[in-house]
Design a protein around this ligand. Structure first.
Ligand SMILES: Cc1ncc(COP(=O)(O)O)c(C=O)c1O
Length: 404
């Protein structure tokens, strides 16, 4: 059978890395006890106010077609929320409501890229970026953000990666998987590359309310960037509303107008009752769902403290987001083999991070979106496995310390 070339060229996102996740899901189905720390979802309930608002909206009959770019009340609320958080003044017409941030990323790619256009992306990158960019005919060009640089982008390397075909930079701050919170200087430097080469900047800020170290900076608010920056947001992570599929893009007016037209052929509108609930979520809990950030901060500390000083492994304290990265390279196992045995023998499912980019080969991504007791239990089991590996290899902990 023949498919469009854009589809044939798509690999499923992070294909091999997700193998562990699929095995873990099968084990759970068979009734085996597994702590699942793979996918970036959480155990937190969505805000009660949003749940109630969705019910009331349904009861009021808000079940019909709506404006394809989004309800005015929500676009207005998002615009004000964004201005409050970033300092960038935007109005409701610049906001397009989408099916989660993922649909906003695809909308941006479809609006900005022609076939063969290159997009510079600091890697490790969120696993859908290459496929999202490829769907629009573009090519993601990864530029390293190495562990030695705390997984922050090497801006000089980004500048060197610009070619005549480069059309845009996509980045996520805080980053998935590493949690790196890009600094003002870094974002200004990326911004000046964009200005110098007339590039678009797509700034994915879905983890913007989950920052533990440093300050979240919204690129569109920086001098000279408002006209070329698209801000991507969503309620998925900040409000534990992954399944509601409510996101947005905020764009300069001409791009917002084009994206609004595209929405007529793409989503044709987002469920009205979900938009009503989103207004309430942003109105009542503008900093993110109550207690969420503090809960992640606590889990981050527990996980990292429990894994520190264990032979062969080293946790990376994330500056933001909901994941801990674990360096397993000194065990001499691949991240996949480490994760596979950890799952099989210790019942903990983690995500090998090699598919996110060269900079995280040999790392695991550990999701913190599980109840505290499971996070603690998982940390204990990971530590026990690492100790067991060290014993098997007959390596004294002191030797590992020297290596580290
Ligand atoms: C960096 C990043 N961007 C976008 C998304 C997609 O989020 P949404 O659920 O809003 O589509 C995710 C989800 O994990 C993500 O990590």
């Amino acid at each position: 059978m023949r498919f469009a070339s854009r589809i044939s060229s798509l690999a499923s996102p992070g294909k091999s890395g997700w193998h562990i996740h699929h095995v873990a899901k099968k084990m759970i189905q068979r009734g085996e006890e597994v702590i699942l720390l793979t996918v970036g979802d959480s155990d937190f309930a969505s805000p009660a106010g949003a749940v109630a608002a969705a019910g009331e909206s349904l009861a009021r009959g808000r079940t019909h077609y709506t404006s394809s770019a989004g309800e005015r009340s929500l676009r207005d609320r998002i615009a004000r929320w964004h201005t409050g958080r970033s300092g960038q003044k935007v109005d409701a017409d610049q906001v397009i409501v989408t099916i989660g941030a993922q649909n906003a990323l695809l909308t941006a790619a479809l609006c900005l890229l022609d076939p063969g256009d290159e997009v510079i992306v600091p890697e490790p990158m969120y696993s859908t970026y290459p496929g999202t960019i490829a769907t629009a005919g573009g090519i993601a060009v990864g530029v390293p953000s190495p562990a030695e640089n705390r997984f922050h982008p090497l801006v000089d390397r980004m500048a060197a990666a610009v070619t005549a075909r480069t059309r845009a930079v996509f980045l996520a701050t805080p980053n998935n998987p590493t949690g790196a919170v890009y600094t003002l200087d870094e974002l200004n430097a990326v911004g000046s590359i964009c200005r110098q080469h007339d590039l678009w900047l797509v700034s994915d800020e879905v983890y913007g309310s989950l920052v533990f170290e440093g300050t979240h900076v919204s690129a569109a608010a920086l001098p000279g960037l408002a006209d070329r920056t698209v801000t991507i947001g969503s309620l998925s992570k900040s409000h534990a509303m992954t399944g509601w599929r409510l996101g947005w893009m905020i764009a300069p007016p001409p791009l917002a107008a084009v994206a609004a037209s595209l929405s007529g052929y793409n989503t044709y509108g987002i469920p009205t009752f979900i938009q009503d609930a989103a207004v309430v979520a942003l109105e009542t809990e503008p900093e993110g769902a109550a207690g969420l950030k503090a809960a992640y901060a606590k889990r981050r500390r527990r996980m990292c403290e429990a894994l520190e000083g264990i032979p062969g492994i080293a946790p990376h304290w994330p500056e933001g987001g909901m994941f801990v990265m674990l360096d397993v390279r000194l065990t001499n196992l691949t991240s996949h083999d480490f994760a596979a045995e950890l799952l099989r023998e210790y019942g903990v499912a983690t995500l090998p991070a090699d598919d996110f980019g060269q900079s995280t080969v040999g790392y695991l991504r550990i999701n913190l979106g599980a109840p505290d007791d499971l996070i603690e239990e998982a940390a204990k089991r990971i530590a026990a496995y690492a100790r067991e590996l060290a014993k098997r290899r007959n390596v004294a902990p002191s030797e590992y310390a020297a290596l580290q």
